[in-house]
Design a protein around this ligand. Structure first.
Ligand SMILES: O=C(O)CCC(=O)C(=O)O
Ligand SMILES: [Fe+2]
Length: 207
């Protein structure tokens, strides 16, 4: 059995264009990357405002019977409540583009290359069945690794650029893990916005 690591740039000849790039589209789900979803100016302004204005929280989680610091800062909002600028505008733009009734946004702040998110799928009990997750990236480019859970193995390493939107269908949360690995090289801060349709009665999202 061979294991294949596609660099998205070799797998997708059109990656350097600005239109949507379909990275996967089969029974294991659909993954679409849109590099310049936001204008460079809106991406930069949004990054600066959110970095300054969001009440970023450090959290600890219980893992393997130990309390460990989550290696990034977090915030989350219900989209029908009070939101710091420019979240309402960004949420509307994502909703209009994707056509999904997003209810919540989870924000991640990766302060530098030591911050990360371990490979995971988003918690299914918090997602309305059939609805996608949309990730908007701001600030420094960080790679996301997206790998199938089972054979046949497929793994993508995708640089998530400022202003890009990554759309993952609901099925991808069943069949793939995604994560942002730590990097050794100096890298500036990055913010991601994860738009989700919360299942009725779901408690606070963790991923
Ligand atoms: O920062 C990202 O782009 C990914 C974040 C993520 O996977 C999550 O919040 O569940
Ligand atoms: Fe996630």
């Amino acid at each position: 059995m061979t294991s294949r690591t596609d660099s998205a740039s070799t797998a997708q000849p059109g990656l350097f264009g600005t239109g949507p790039q379909v990275l996967a589209d089969d029974e294991r789900g659909r993954i679409v990357y849109t590099p310049e979803f936001l204008s460079a100016a809106l991406a930069q302004q949004s990054f600066v405002r959110l970095l300054a204005d969001v009440p970023w929280q450090a959290e600890r989680r219980r893992m393997y019977e130990r309390d460990v610091a989550v290696p990034r800062l977090l915030a989350s909002y219900a989209l029908d409540g009070e939101l710091p600028a420019p979240l309402p505008q960004l949420a509307q733009q994502v909703r209009d583009h994707v056509g999904a009734p997003f209810t919540h946004v989870g924000l991640n702040l990766y302060r530098d290359g030591r911050d990360s998110v371990a490979p995971h799928n988003d918690h299914l009990y918090e997602l309305r069945p059939g609805q996608p997750v949309a990730l908007l990236s701001l600030g420094a480019t960080r790679d996301m690794v997206i790998s199938t859970k089972l054979q046949p193995r497929r793994s993508l390493r995708l640089p998530l650029q400022a202003g890009s939107l990554l759309l993952m269908s609901h099925a991808t949360q069943l069949h793939y893990d995604h994560g942002i690995p730590k990097v050794r090289d100096a890298v500036g801060p990055r913010i991601s916005l994860a738009f989700r349709v919360r299942a009725a009665g779901a408690r606070q999202a963790r991923y």
